[in-house]
Design a protein around this ligand. Structure first.
Ligand SMILES: [Zn+2]
Ligand SMILES: [Zn+2]
Length: 324
């Protein structure tokens, strides 16, 4: 009579849901989970202790947080917590999201204190070095090493007259020759700076769907500009050749980060715009600053701060190819 299908859940998943998430499960759903466990010959009573609850709770969060969450439970246990006092929490937008439970004020305080520590801990490896949100489509709180290793694998390498290497290509062969690609198009606007092209083999696979085209973006794929200028002329239409020389000719050196990354008035690396700064200066800053020199010095300092602290900006600033 059960309408539920739990075949996609592992035994551990089932146990975790039963003992940690019972507060949000409807009664018949909880019963169906228990029945499924019974059918798998697993006795739920084996998990009827605080340590099992703690382990199941930890399983519901990214691996990098395990030690901090364990520390939190140590503190809770010292102040009288036990598994009958359930905790309502989940990972949300990369953060440890705590929303209540049947807890005393003392326990809530301990959890809230630890929430702050957990949110400053790399969700992948547990490091606390330069931890921040990765700004990705899937938001994660990552340390510098983890954030930058994602960016390394998205880079374009070994760019030569023959072709290039792109680690994200599906399968074992990560190399593409120029003769393997066609239909190159440049898309350069205020919002987007990218190249798209077709390849003569499958390079991506999403849930069984095969794709044979790629897109590269400025300051998403390392060495983008080098890729752009190395594409052999014979692969480009005359209008694309013209577009390319317009793009490379339009790149200007940034007054704030000193890299040649200003396109159409805004630095695509550090995001500063001299035009914006000067118009703000005229409107608002007049009373605080004596001259443009001071404003520039301030803006350069804040860009230096971001280069030091923002993992993405730091990576491209130190590793990307910039034209002379
Ligand atoms: Zn990490
Ligand atoms: Zn800049």
């Amino acid at each position: 009579m059960s309408d539920f299908n739990f075949s996609h859940l592992s035994d551990t998943d089932l146990v975790d849901i039963i003992i940690v998430e019972h507060y949000r499960n409807e009664e018949d759903y909880q019963q169906a989970l228990l029945n499924e466990l019974k059918n798998r010959n697993i006795d739920i009573n084996r998990f009827n202790d605080d340590n099992s609850y703690i382990q199941s709770f930890i399983n519901g969060f990214p691996k990098g947080w395990s030690i901090e969450i364990k520390t939190m439970f140590n503190k809770l246990q010292v102040s009288g917590w036990n598994r009958s006092m359930h905790i309502e929490a989940k990972e949300k937008y990369g953060k440890f999201h705590f929303s209540g439970g049947n807890l005393s004020d003392k326990h809530i305080k301990i959890i809230e204190t630890h929430k702050e520590i957990i949110d400053e801990t790399c969700s992948r490896c547990g490091s606390k070095e330069y931890v921040s949100s990765n700004n990705g489509h899937w938001i994660e709180i990552l340390c510098r090493k983890c954030a930058q290793s994602d960016l390394v694998s998205k880079g374009i390498y070994n760019i030569s007259e023959q072709g290039f290497t792109y680690p994200e290509i599906d399968g074992t062969n990560k190399d593409l020759l120029w003769e393997n690609i066609s239909n190159l198009e440049f898309h350069f606007s205020e919002e987007q700076q990218s190249v798209t092209f077709d390849t003569d083999r499958v390079v991506k696979r999403y849930h069984g769907i095969e794709e044979s085209f790629l897109s590269f973006y400025l300051f998403e794929n390392l060495n983008f500009i080098k890729f752009l200028i190395t594409i052999p002329d014979h692969l480009l239409s005359s209008s694309e050749i013209e577009k390319r020389s317009h793009i490379t000719g339009a790149l200007k050196k940034c007054h704030f980060c000193d890299k040649k990354a200003v396109y159409s008035g805004t630095c695509r690396l550090c995001n500063e715009s001299l035009d914006d700064l000067l118009s703000n200066y005229r409107n608002n800053y007049m009373k605080y600053y004596n001259n443009i020199e001071n404003i520039m010095t301030d803006a350069r300092q804040s860009v230096q701060f971001y280069i030091e602290h923002n993992n993405e900006l730091n990576f491209f600033y130190h590793n990307d190819y910039f034209p002379e």
